[in-house]
Design a protein around this ligand. Sequence first.
Ligand code: PXP
Length: 251
Amino acid sequence: MTDTQPSSLRLGVNIDHVATLRNARGGAHPDPVSAALLAQSAGADGITIHLREDRRHIKDYDAISIKEAIAIPLNFEMAATLEMVDFALSLLPNACCIVPEKREEVTTEGGLAVAGNEEKLRPLFTAIKTAGIRLSLFIEASEREIRAAAEVGADIIELHTGTYCDATTDEARLAELQRIQKGATLAHSLGIEVHAGHGLDFETVGPIAAIPEMQELNIGHFLMGAALFTGLEEAIETMRVKMHHARTPGS
Ligand code: PXP
């Protein structure tokens, strides 16, 4: 990618909530593997799953079956623990996206604190990278965190878009968008691939998709909700169209 030419923008579809729904009743329906294959055929560029420490949605066997079934890259979200690193080393996903995790939270709140924790995190990160898995860090778009991510050898940062999506005023949303834009530019200049995600929907995706350095968006909850009304394929296709229009104005 040159500085004047935006790279293509990939869509990673997070299918955790298919497992949430399945687990509400037990049994096998709806099947996350079928959802991953449907997302793939609808044009997803990757599948994202989060194996939480409490296994509240995706289970270990889901991760293994999904990895075996899909032909597109698997982005494996996980906490920075030895247990998760061991699992990732046996799963061998395309990327491990390291997220902060608290048991009591409903979803991932805030970004990973890399700055100040480099020495604690480094052995886990080294194990991931040595296995040939791309290291992605889910962080806030702060200069301190981005520089820390570069320092620990992140291949990718995923910028947290939660504050941007949850903003209740135009001013607050614009301020957060500008922070994300600035963060993307800094990360790109440091040689890090830039992704973003959390809370994105048909309305909020455009300005994030328009950031030239952005290479991948990971979207789950909104797509799964939209799929209840339109089906997953249409939800993914509509999201892709919105991303494409934001990326190529006038298209
Ligand atoms: N990226 C990361 C790192 C996440 O933790 C999540 C939520 O699991 C997402 C993207 C997707 O967020 P949402 O489900 O709100 O689209």
